[in-house]
Design a protein around this ligand. Structure first.
Ligand code: EPS
Length: 386
C-alpha cells in the first residue's frame, strides 16, 4: 500500500483536517512533534493579524493508539480559533444573513476563475478553500511523514534564500549550519545581514500596502539511492516532488538541483561525475542533479528550490471589475500576510516529506515499521556488495 493524503476544511470554517493513510503500524507518533511543526509554520516576520488569533495544535482523531500508528487511516483535526468570529458567515446550515457578498475579485487569487468554474455568486465559496490556511493539514501530515523518515535516517530541512530584491549569500555558511541559522532568523534566512535587509523591505512593503514573495531551498538528506522510478512518468521522484511543491499556495516554480540554470550550461559542466572507492562505494564530488537522476534518487542530498509569488491580497488593491455592476473598481481589500515565504518553506518541507515517505513505502513496502526496517536493511546490504 502506498501512502495517501487528503486535506479538508475552509480557512474560516470550524477546522482544517487531514487524512493520512498507509503509515506503517508501530511508528511512534507524538502529538507534540506535530504541534512543533504547526508552530514553525505559524511564525515569521511579515505574517498578518490572523496568526495572532490562531494557536494551532492537533487532535489525533483516529489511527493512533498509545502514541503508535495502527496502520489505519490517521485523521488529524486542527481547530480554527477564528471560527468563533465567523460562525454565521461560514455556517453549514442555512442562516439569514444580510446578503453581503464579495464582489471585487483579487487579481492573482482564485476568486474570479473559481467563481466562473463553480457557478457561485459569492467568491468567498472559492477563497475559503484556496486560502493557504489549508497548508495546516499538509504540515500535520508532513510531520508524521517526517517521523517515518527519521526512522531511516532521512531528514527534510529548508531555508529562505531570497525575499523580494534581497538575496542571501550562503556560500560561506557550512551546509550543516544552514538550517539552524534559518531557524534562528525571523524570516528563516541563514544569512544574518540579508535577514535584516529582508525584514526592512517587508516593513517597507507593509507600509505601502504591498506584499512580497521570494525563494527558498528544501533539502532532503540521508535518502538512499533508488526512490522513485524511471519506468513510468508518474513514478518519477522529481515529477512527484514538483507536483507536491507546486501545489502549495503561491508557489510558481520548482527546480531540482541546478534547475533553470541547466538551460545555459553545456553538458560537460551539467552533470556529476561518478567515482568509486571501497570505503565510500560510488560517490560524486558535485550535486548539480540535486540528488535525482532519471526520476530516481541517487544517494546525494535532494535539493529543491521554490519561488513564491507575492501574496495577491493587497491592502492597497489592484484594479478589478465588480462582478455585479461590471464597473471598474479596486479589488477587495482583505486581511492578509505581507510576506509568508518562511512559512511556505516549512509547508514545502512537509510536502517533500510526504513524497519521500510515499516513495520509501512503495520501494520497501511493509505493513509495520519493523517489516520496513528489515527490507531497507536487506537492500542496503545488497548495495554494499555492489
Ligand atoms: C490567506 C489569508 C490570511 C492568511 C491565511 C492565508 O488569512 P485571513 O484571511 O484569515 O486573514 O493569514 O493564512 C492562514 C490563515 C494560515 O494559517 O496560514 C489567504 O488568503 O491565502
Amino acid at each position: 500500500m502506498t501512502i495517501r493524503m487528503l486535506t479538508a476544511g475552509e480557512s474560516h470554517g470550524r477546522a482544517i483536517m487531514s487524512i493520512l493513510e498507509g503509515i506503517p503500524a508501530g511508528l511512534v507518533i507524538n502529538a507534540e512533534d506535530i504541534d512543533a511543526e504547526l508552530a514553525r509554520r505559524q511564525k515569521g516576520y511579515g505574517r498578518g493579524a490572523r496568526m495572532k488569533i490562531e494557536t494551532d495544535f492537533v487532535r489525533l482523531l483516529s489511527g493512533v493508539r498509545y502514541a503508535r500508528a495502527l496502520g489505519s487511516p490517521i485523521v488529524m483535526y486542527v481547530h480554527n480559533r477564528d471560527w468563533n468570529n465567523c460562525k454565521a458567515m461560514m455556517s453549514p446550515v442555512s442562516v439569514d444573513l444580510d446578503g453581503t457578498i464579495l464582489e471585487k475579485p483579487r487579481p492573482g487569487h482564485a476568486d474570479l476563475a473559481g467563481l466562473m468554474k463553480y457557478g457561485v455568486k459569492d467568491f468567498r465559496d472559492i477563497l475559503e478553500r484556496a486560502s493557504a490556511r489549508e497548508t495546516v493539514g499538509r504540515v500535520a501530515a508532513g510531520a508524521v511523514c517526517k517521523a517515518l523518515l527519521s526512522v531511516f535516517g532521512i531528514s527534510v530541512q529548508s531555508f529562505v534564500i531570497q525575499i523580494g530584491s534581497v538575496h542571501a549569500n550562503i556560500k560561506s555558511i557550512p551546509a550543516d549550519k544552514l538550517f539552524s541559522k534559518a531557524e534562528a532568523s525571523p524570516v528563516r534566512c541563514p544569512d544574518k545581514s540579508a535577514s535584516e535587509k529582508m525584514i526592512a523591505i517587508i516593513k517597507k512593503a507593509s507600509a505601502k500596502g504591498d506584499t512580497l514573495g521570494g525563494k527558498f531551498i528544501v533539502r532532503v538528506s540521508g535518502a538512499m539511492p533508488g526512490l522513485g522510478s524511471h519506468a513510468q512518468w508518474d513514478l518519477k521522484l522529481d515529477a512527484r516532488l514538483a507536483q507536491s511543491l507546486m501545489s502549495i499556495q503561491a508557489i510558481k516554480s520548482v527546480e531540482i538541483g541546478e534547475g533553470a540554470q541547466f538551460a545555459s550550461l553545456s553538458g560537460s559542466v551539467s552533470h556529476d561525475e561518478i567515482f568509486y572507492n571501497s570505503k565510500k562505494g560510488f560517490y560524486r564530488n558535485t550535486n548539480r542533479a540535486g540528488g535525482i537522476e532519471g526520476g530516481i534518487s541517487n544517494g546525494s542530498p535532494i535539493e529543491i528550490t521554490c519561488a513564491m509569488k507575492a501574496i495577491p491580497s493587497l491592502a492597497k488593491p489592484l484594479r478589478s471589475v465588480n462582478i455585479i455592476s461590471k464597473k471598474s473598481q479596486k479589488a477587495e481589500a482583505v486581511r492578509s500576510d505581507v510576506c509568508a515565504v518562511g512559512a511556505a518553506a516549512v509547508v514545502a518541507e512537509a510536502a517533500a516529506a510526504f513524497e519521500i515517505a510515499r516513495a520509501l513505502k512503495e520501494k520497501f513496502g511493509g505493513d509495520s515499521v519493523e517489516d520496513m526496517k528489515k527490507s531497507v536493511q536487506t537492500y542496503k546490504t545488497r548495495l554494499k556488495a555492489l
